[in-house]
Design a protein around this ligand. Structure first.
Ligand SMILES: *Cc1c(COP(=O)(O)O)cnc(C)c1O
Length: 390
């Protein structure tokens, strides 16, 4: 019997098959979950397929890492216990005291906190800039000292769009590592490696897992970054923030429906964004799918869909934003995003509370929606009743 090439084909075929070959012993369609910490050796040092101890390697994690690399078009995927654990392993490997990072002024609050509070203590400095402004990024780079350019697009929570291809070119000229956090778009809608990015970061907790039932993170390396991938793999092993086998299984399972979920997230979000536009209580709707969004044309070029995230600026400021966030019923009030269920978040006191008072502070009039894949009519009715309560 011939085994099909598991990493070939279109995006959905790779999402379902890469790394997910059936079990050769029983024919089980789904590869087993290897709930084991260690592996019997055939004599001292006689390892079966290289497996020795599950911090160093576990077949369920290997299956996920193969799937991740195939999704992003990279040469290597690494899976971690959380998105921030993945970021930490990458930054720890690349940065030394005295180095400098250029980071978007509108990134995930926890990323900013990690660089400012943890790496800051170790003598790493950073500049926050609007990465949708390529000239501002160029100006912030200190040649020879800046080692990492950190880009998040669409950004969180202001939904700014940054030009990945242009930024990667700037990064390459400066000899630094260009990192793209692809959590918001997911590889179903945006392929940063094909645009020149060196390393992709994910919180797989979000769209990749897709069901709000597991915390996880990932790194994927572009061709040409083999040496860096090996060094980060050593950090993963030596520092140990790996994903456990059951978490890896849940993430692999979620990934198989990523393509179809992102279509529905995008179409539901588009309908809601259009409903919100023009309502007197809404000052601005930040959704890259709207032609009025300043990043719309760029998003249409570098993304194949506009995704499920919307931010809204309420005309009535903080009080109205809080009232809206506490009035929705189908949209549940919670941090996080990317699951099948719709969530509403008040960034300035929830996801982005850690950046209050810093240069990355989020306005108090902003509410963020993670639009799920429920029936769109139910979501629209929920938005209507929350707007009526303003
Ligand atoms: C959630 C998130 C992270 C951090 O991931 P965790 O899995 O929570 O550690 C990083 N980047 C973005 C864009 C996120 O939304």
């Amino acid at each position: 019997m011939s085994v099909p090439e598991k990493s070939a084909g279109g995006f959905d075929t790779r999402a379902i098959h890469a790394g997910q070959a059936f079990d050769p012993t029983t024919g089980a369609v789904i590869p087993p979950v290897y709930l084991t910490s260690t592996y019997v050796q055939d004599g001292i040092g006689g390892l079966r397929n290289g497996y020795e101890y599950s911090r160093g390697g576990n077949p369920t994690r290997t299956a996920l890492e193969t799937q991740l690399a195939a999704l992003e078009g990279g040469i290597r995927g690494l899976s971690f216990a959380s998105g921030l654990a993945a970021e930490d392993a990458l930054l720890r490997t690349v940065l030394r005291p005295g180095d400098h990072v250029v980071i978007g002024n509108d990134v995930y609050g926890g990323t900013h906190r990690l660089i400012r509070r943890i790496f800051g203590e170790w003598g790493v400095t950073h500049s926050t800039v609007d990465t949708s402004d390529v000239a501002a990024v160029e100006a912030a780079i200190e040649l020879g000292t800046t080692k990492v350019l950190w880009v998040e697009t669409p950004s969180n929570p202001l939904m700014k769009i940054s030009d990945i291809a242009a930024l990667a070119e700037v990064g390459h000229e400066a000899g630094l590592v260009t990192v793209v956090d692809n959590t918001f778009a997911s590889p179903a809608l945006q392929q940063p490696i094909s645009l020149g990015a060196d390393v992709i970061v994910h919180s797989t907790t979000k769209y990749l897992g897709g069901h709000s039932d597991v915390i996880g993170g990932a790194l994927v390396f572009a061709a040409g970054q083999e040496e860096l991938a090996e060094r980060v793999e050593f950090t993963q092993f030596a520092a140990g923030a790996v994903s456990g086998p059951f978490d890896a299984f849940l993430t692999s399972r979620g990934i198989k429906t990523l393509g179809i979920r992102m279509q529905r997230h995008s179409s539901n979000a588009h309908a809601i964004a259009e409903r919100l536009v023009g309502h007197p209580g809404v000052a601005r709707v930040l959704y890259p799918g709207l032609p009025t969004h300043p990043g719309h044309e760029l998003a249409a070029r570098q993304m194949s869909g506009f995704g499920g995230m919307i931010s809204i600026e309420l005309a009535g400021g903080a009080a109205a934003a809080r009232r809206f966030a506490e009035s929705t019923r189908v949209f549940q009030l919670a941090e996080s995003l990317g699951g099948v269920e719709s969530l509403v978040n008040y960034p300035s006191e929830m996801t982005h509370a850690s950046v209050r008072g810093t240069e990355a502070e989020v306005p108090e009039s902003i509410v963020r929606l993670s639009v799920g894949i429920e029936d769109v009519d139910d979501l629209l009715a929920d938005i209507d009743q929350a707007l009526a309560a303003l």
